[in-house]
Design a protein around this ligand. Structure first.
Ligand code: ATP
Ligand code: MG
Length: 693
């Protein structure tokens, strides 16, 4: 046997071995070369596994040069996960990067040649620059508003919204920064760009823009980049944003044996500009591409998969029907709790049960919608001596606002030790600008409010156990909890938001806070926003390999509450014992803005809530299909009249119309936001949509 043949024999043997752990469709992903490959498949079907094996197989048979491969994904953690899997397959040198890190490397390398100077440094002082921009405009945002402004700066950039366009577009797409007008936010965006230019720096979002400009203006450099990275592989492709896609187009060689994989049902970053359209439209854009679908779920038991399929169907998520390949396991549990405090106890007990049944702590996770939900659960886990690590966020007690409250309570404990714990806590929070009413907008202002509310919940909890507890006890309790906050623990339960859990898996998963107002989140009002929340729930369910517990609670803290289980649970399981049926109030025609919520009867807080006659987080009673039709009609109307959509009707008014379902002019006129002139212009069309529903 010649040396060459011997070599081929070795390579073939290795290559065959690489395919041994793949099913027939996954093998097709790993072995199809000569055309781009697109994989559209459900959660847990082995997309990431097939992708990494394709790289390994391609390298083994000589289709790929390992140092010409670039594997792309969206978060640093996901890139790390890809690198780990590639190392496991014997490919430590293959590049696995986020779009940002790949773009930055290229821009830094080629900038001097293209423009005769170094790429300006990437500033990590974005907040300070937003602050400087705001000051130039004589605005005085607090730290929460600053973070929200930064979110808007970033969103405007990835979605290509110019500062001058911001106000119109933000209003119609429901974006707002609490306490700052949209017009002023638009001005901040423009001034922020000038501040950056004055300082001679770029920011994180500019990295992609710089790379796009570089490659767009210098065809020779683009050519060189394409020659360096011949083979591109993109994981989680459903979450690609338009600017990332533009960059990918520059990098792409049609004959590079590239592959993209994704699952449209797991698109959870559309709020940041991502769209699954590039994945679903891939075949149309690349006519020679090979579409491969993976159909078997290797991650989860038939019971977990069954629930995921039911959730997809009931909530019209449109996920492919999954077929489990795993041994049967326990039925997922859905538990309704009286309060979050009870829920935390139920979850801690469940984790202990799973651990006693043989799952290591690191094989368990508690997943939630927003970071602010975690403190009560962290406390319950600490009490039950369960080790845990919070993923993707600083620990609760490390947050600036929480440290500030603890510091203030410490001072009060020294000066006025006799004051009651809950009273002192309320005073401190009020002095820090907190009020009972949640601020408008999502983002950092809301997060800060939630953190401060969580501290109050802990104080009230202390007082409900010991009514005579003073500020001294509260301060010392919080200090102790802060000191005991677990550092990253190698064998600990993972506490994570649903967003940060994408692509990961655990033996047992507890999904918490699955109630209206939390999932879907209270600020997700439009059908598109609610649909994204449903996908987020779906992503959560499909993280579980075997054990799954879903909990919700009626009261926010320890008191009495009237929260309802999430609408996403409707029709997928028996309503938990003791849970009241969701109230679907009969519509009444109102002639004035009502002041109390027609669902829960409590006072309304904001103008938008008064328009709807219910709290934003009390269950809506409109038909989503009707609302979607109204929104689509509004879009057409706005286009034909060259007006921003909100000038036709605001979201709140459209929602109120869908909820009240008026059948004639008079009833339509009674909907807040519909005046005589709107009735004349749009009445017939709107009533036509409602009548046809
Ligand atoms: P997600 O949509 O959540 O990102 P995915 O489609 O990328 O999921 P993977 O993470 O690649 O799925 O695989 C899910 C689990 O199933 C992993 O533990 C993986 O090792 C296992 N798996 C995938 N394919 C097979 C197979 N053919 N045989 C055995 N195990 C498999
Ligand atoms: Mg994956």
């Amino acid at each position: 046997m010649s040396a060459a043949a011997f070599k081929v024999w070795i390579v073939d043997g290795q290559a065959e071995e690489l395919l041994a752990g793949l099913d027939s469709e996954q093998r097709q992903v790993a072995t199809t070369f000569g055309a781009p490959v697109v994989v559209i498949a459900g959660a847990g079907t082995g997309k990431t596994r097939a992708l990494t094996h394709r790289i390994a197989y391609g390298a083994a048979v000589g289709a790929y040069r390992p140092n010409a491969v670039l594997a792309l994904t969206f978060t640093t953690r996901a890139a790390g996960e890809l690198r780990t899997r590639l190392r496991g397959l014997g490919l430590p040198a293959v590049q696995a990067r986020t779009f940002h890190s790949a773009a930055l490397r290229q821009a830094q390398f080629f900038w001097p040649r293209a423009y005769g100077s170094e790429l300006p440094p990437v500033s990590d002082e974005r907040l300070a620059m937003v602050g400087a921009a705001a000051r130039k405009l004589r605005l005085a945002p607090d730290s929460g508003q600053l973070r929200d402004l930064l979110t808007e700066v970033s969103w405007a950039k990835v979605t290509n919204v110019a500062p001058a366009e911001y106000a119109g577009i933000a209003l119609s797409s429901g974006r707002e920064v609490s306490g700052i007008s949209a017009a002023d936010v638009g001005k901040v965006l423009g001034t922020y760009e000038r501040v950056k230019a004055e300082r001679g720096v770029i920011d994180f979002d500019d990295i992609l823009l710089c790379a796009v400009a570089l490659l767009g203006e210098h065809a020779d450099i683009a050519e060189e980049v394409r020659a360096t990275y011949r083979h591109l592989l993109v994981d989680e492709y459903q979450d690609v944003s338009p600017i990332q896609q533009t960059l990918l187009d520059f990098w792409w060689s049609e004959d590079g044996d590239n592959a993209v994989v994704g699952d449209p049902a797991q698109t959870i970053h559309s709020f940041a500009g991502a769209t699954p359209a590039f994945l679903t439209g891939f075949l149309a854009a690349h006519r020679s591409a090979e579409l491969i679908r993976l159909v078997r779920d290797y991650r989860s038991t038939p019971q977990v998969v069954g629930l995921a399929n039911r959730v997809s169907k009931a909530n019209r998520i449109g996920a492919v029907v999954l077929e489990s390949q795993c041994e049967p396991g326990p039925e997922p549990r859905i538990v309704g709790c009286a309060s979050e405090l009870d829920e935390a106890t139920v979850v801690a007990r469940w984790l202990v049960e799973q651990h006693e049944a043989g799952l290591p702590w690191r094989e368990l996770a508690v997943l939630y919608r927003v970071h602010a939900q975690s403190p009560l659960f962290e406390a319950a886990l600490t009490e039950a001596r369960i080790p845990f690590a919070v993923r993707g966020s600083e620990g609760f007690y490390q947050r600036g606002e929480v440290r500030q409250v603890i510091g203030e309570l410490g001072k009060r404990a020294a000066n006025t030790p006799e004051v009651g714990a809950a009273d002192a806590c309320r005073q401190v929070l009020t002095a820090l600008g907190w009020s009972e009413q949640a601020p408008a907008g999502q983002g950092r202002v809301r997060e800060r409010w939630e953190s401060l509310s969580a501290v109050l919940a802990l104080a009230e909890d202390l007082v409900s156990g010991r009514p005579e507890a003073t500020v001294v006890e509260l301060a010392s309790e919080l200090e102790q909890r802060a000191a005991a906050e677990h550092p990253l623990n190698a064998d600990g339960v993972t506490l994570s938001t649903l967003h940060a859990a994408k692509g990961l898996e655990w033996g047992g998963v507890a999904l918490i806070g699955v109630q209206e107002g939390t999932l879907p989140f209270s600020l997700a009002n439009s059908p598109a926003e609610v649909a994204e929340e449903a996908r987020l729930f779906y992503v959560g369910i499909t993280r579980a390999k075997r054990a799954l517990q879903i909990t919700w609670s009626r009261a926010r803290r320890s008191g009495v509450g009237n929260r309802q289980p999430s609408r996403f649970l409707d029709g997928i399981a028996e309503r938990p014992a003791g849970s009241p049926a969701r109230r679907r109030p009969r519509e009444k025609v109102r002639t004035a803005l009502t002041e109390t919520c027609r669902v829960c009867g409590k006072p309304l807080n904001t103008g938008a809530e008064r328009k709807l006659s219910r709290h934003a987080d009390c269950p809506a009673s409109y038909d989503e299909a009707v609302y979607a039709e109204l929104v689509s009609w509004r879009l057409g109307e706005a286009k034909s009249r060259s007006l921003p959509a909100y000038c036709i009707f605001t979201d709140a008014t459209l929602m109120a119309i869908a909820e009240r379902n008026p059948s004639d002019d008079e009833a339509l006129l009674a909907v807040p936001g519909v005046g005589r002139s709107k009735l004349e212009q749009y009445g017939e069309a709107v009533l036509g949509i409602l009548g046809g529903a």
